[in-house]
Design a protein. Structure first.
Length: 357
């Protein structure tokens, strides 16, 4: 009798007590469920040394599963990163032609991650990365209507009325695209900048719609994916979304998150989430604050020594004025601006003045 982990991958049977292998590997960050089914068809996934031929298989753990001959690593808590994709890089793990990919340039400490959606080779800007394939699937589902925003530079004459009609959707070559919010931002010579918001994210959707309007896209930048923004993230840089923000803005996903054999659910303790570090205190700031508090305290309460209530000690004794004696027996200094010392007062009748000739 075979153990549940040793089900023959060739018979296509399912283990009612386990989990679909595609879902388990998606949670492990190997890829989306569709990617894993494709990888099984290519013979890249094996169980206990036997190459899988069908995704119709349930497993109770990741033990014994290999992808491209390598064991699947330990699964961590759900993580999400923002990445500023460079133009000229591919959103794929391996390229047969050896061209640069997004995953070739990521830090090793991130481990195995997958992209949420894709950006074509010549599109730049915000790309979300995660180690949880179920989160990627949730953010990609058209039913969840996650809005993606772009800045588009296009060559050609912009018809603003045609842009407004995109709000009702448009059908191009038999493919229907849902409501699109497109607005003219500014024009620079033969080029114009537009802002475009979509919620379906179909393959090359923005470029095809612009071409349908007679515009040739020469630069395409994704700035938003749902609640996450590119912001000031430098070109080619990656930044992790904090656990607090992740569980706050994606609370709907975590409420409906199901347990996976790849990563049993663990109790979350928000008190252990990263918090903002206190700002460093400048040299001398503590002493300045202490002196300021002392002066304020002396102003707000009566002084215990001489002086008037509510007056600081420094202001209790007025400064000596010029001309006042400094100590007993000392003559005061003459006041500033005083003339020569006056003589004795005159007595007797005032002498008559002689008239001028």
């Amino acid at each position: 009798m075979n153990d549940r982990d040793d089900i023959s991958p060739e018979d296509g049977t399912e283990d009612a007590g386990g989990e679909r292998i595609a879902k388990a590997l998606a949670r492990a960050g190997v890829g989306s469920r569709r990617d894993i089914e494709r990888m099984i068809g290519e013979g890249r996934i094996a169980l206990n040394g036997q190459t899988l031929k069908s995704p119709a298989l349930n497993v109770a753990s990741l033990e014994g599963i290999t992808v491209d001959g390598e064991k699947v690593g330990e699964v961590r808590e759900t993580r999400l990163w923002r990445y500023n994709k460079r133009k000229g890089t591919l959103t794929t793990h391996k390229d047969p032609e050896g061209r640069r990919t997004v995953f070739d340039q990521l830090p090793k400490h991130m481990g195995r991650v997958i992209s949420i959606g894709r950006l074509d080779m010549n599109t730049e800007g915000l790309l979300l990365l995660t180690n949880d394939g179920e989160l990627a699937r949730w953010l990609e589902l058209p039913a969840n209507a996650i809005v993606r925003r772009y800045r588009v530079r296009a060559h050609g004459r912009v018809d603003e009325k045609a842009l407004a009609k995109l709000a009702d959707g448009v059908t191009i070559d038999g493919i229907h695209y849902g409501a699109i919010d497109a607005k003219l931002e500014k024009s620079q010579g033969a080029n114009s900048w537009l802002t475009v918001a979509i919620s379906e994210g179909k393959n090359r959707e923005v470029r095809r719609v612009m071409e349908h309007l007679g515009l040739a896209v020469n630069r395409l930048i994704r700035t938003h994916y749902g609640p996450f923004t590119l912001g000031t993230l430098p070109d080619g840089a990656v930044a992790q979304v904090t656990d607090a923000q992740l569980h706050d803005v994606l609370s709907d996903f975590f409420k409906t998150e199901t347990r996976s054999v790849a990563a049993p659910r663990k109790p979350r303790d928000p008190s252990k989430w990263a918090k903002a570090k206190p700002k460093p205190v400048k040299p001398g700031a503590k002493k300045w604050a202490k002196n300021r508090a002392r002066d304020r305290d002396e102003t707000e309460r009566p002084n215990r020594g001489k002086g008037k209530p509510g007056v600081p000690k420094s202001a209790a004794k007025p400064a000596p004025t010029r001309g006042a004696p400094k100590r007993d027996g000392q003559k005061p200094a003459p006041a500033r601006g005083a003339g020569p010392k006056a003589g004795p007062a005159r007595t007797g009748p005032r002498p008559e003045r002689k008239p001028k000739p």
